[in-house]
Design a protein around this ligand. Structure first.
Ligand code: UDP
Length: 323
């Protein structure tokens, strides 16, 4: 049995579905503070906060857990600047509680959701895992601190962990069962699509970056490819592999290219205005995903930009119709 902590969130729910479709038994733990019960698609849920050590002990006592996927955490950079205490509590203390409960229960295999934000402003791109880690936000700091905590448990207590550093998660289940539903939504692709649907304003944050078209370049990776990477990581742990792995495509897309893709997919006459830069945004963030390919055997399958935007569009249209 795999315990999926944060299984009602965006990447967690797509991974929970991928596990079940691969025939693995899985149970979710989520406090539903940010996640959604519908996103479980009927999978069993323990409703609890990851910082609730008693609840974690109860879960490990009741279920034969062989491995843990840890998605639970706060993710929004701007929020982390305003509320670092909340971020350290959720992301670092939460990880400590989970590790302690695992240690007590004798569960040693962990896959952890980390982020490209651990690298901070890149010194060079594409970014390999060896790149210096200099986060530029409390969010990145908490994810790096959690990674280090996990490494200490590996060194001292025989844990084995795969730390997956996501670049820009995007897209939705191609069958439209799941998708991105943050509140408030801060991410580029959903914000652009929602504005086409008349929900909210959308502007391009800065067009004076040192990039070919002046807008920021990011490495968008389909959420179903991320889900597949977690399944591959569980298999890799069984083979005795561990470590940190970038999850991206190795190709960047600019905000303008995303806007073009949104125009092409939706057919909307979509010409957003330009607003000032968003503080803290690096110009270019592109992964070197070579290690995930060679060690995990992972290759993105659905991460070309048009497919990502098409899948997200299908989801957003459907979820607004259901409103
Ligand atoms: N962005 C934008 N308008 C928006 C939201 C985001 O121009 O309404 C830009 C943002 O400045 C960044 C890129 O889109 O360059 C991706 O931002 P997102 O928040 O999706 O992901 P991040 O790279 O910050 O993790």
């Amino acid at each position: 049995m795999v315990l999926v902590v944060g299984g009602a969130g965006y990447v967690g729910s797509h991974t929970l579905l991928a596990l079940r479709e691969a025939g693995r038994e899985a149970i979710a733990l989520d406090d539903l503070s940010r996640g959604h019960e519908w996103a479980l698609l009927g999978a069993p849920l323990v409703r609890a906060d990851v910082t609730d050590l008693e609840a974690l002990r109860y879960v490990f006592g009741r279920h034969q857990v062989s491995a843990v996927l840890h998605f639970a955490g706060l993710i929004e950079v701007g929020e982390s600047v305003k509320d670092p205490a909340g971020f350290y509590h959720a992301n670092v203390h939460g990880t400590w509680c989970l590790l302690e409960a695992m240690r007590e229960a004798g569960v040693r295999d962990l896959v952890f959701s980390s982020t490209a934000a651990v690298y901070g402003e890149p010194e060079h791109t594409p970014i390999p895992e060896m790149h210096p880690r200099n986060p530029t936000s409390p969010y990145g700091d908490t994810k790096l601190a959690a990674e280090r905590l996990i490494q200490a448990y590996e060194a001292a207590y025989g844990f084995r962990a795969v730390r997956l550093r996501y670049f820009n998660a995007a897209g939705a289940d191609p069958e439209g069962r799941l998708g991105e539903a943050h509140d408030p939504e801060t991410h580029l692709i959903p914000r652009a699509l929602l504005s086409v649907l008349g929900r909210g304003q959308f502007t391009v944050f800065g067009d004076d970056y040192p990039t070919p078209d002046g807008t920021c370049v990011r490495d968008y990776v389909h959420v179903c490819d991320l889900a597949a990477a977690h399944v591959a990581a569980l298999d890799a742990l069984r083979r005795g592999e561990s470590g940190a792995f970038n999850l991206g495509t190795g190709r960047g897309a600019s905000v303008r290219e995303v806007v073009e893709a949104v125009r092409a997919v939706t057919g909307a006459d979509f010409s957003p205005g330009v607003a000032p830069r968003r503080p803290g945004d690096p110009a270019v963030l592109v992964a070197d995903p070579g290690l995930a390919g060679s060690v995990l055997g992972w290759q993105p399958q659905r991460s070309d930009l048009l497919t990502v935007v098409e899948d997200a569009w299908r989801w957003h249209r459907r979820s607004l119709q259901a409103d």
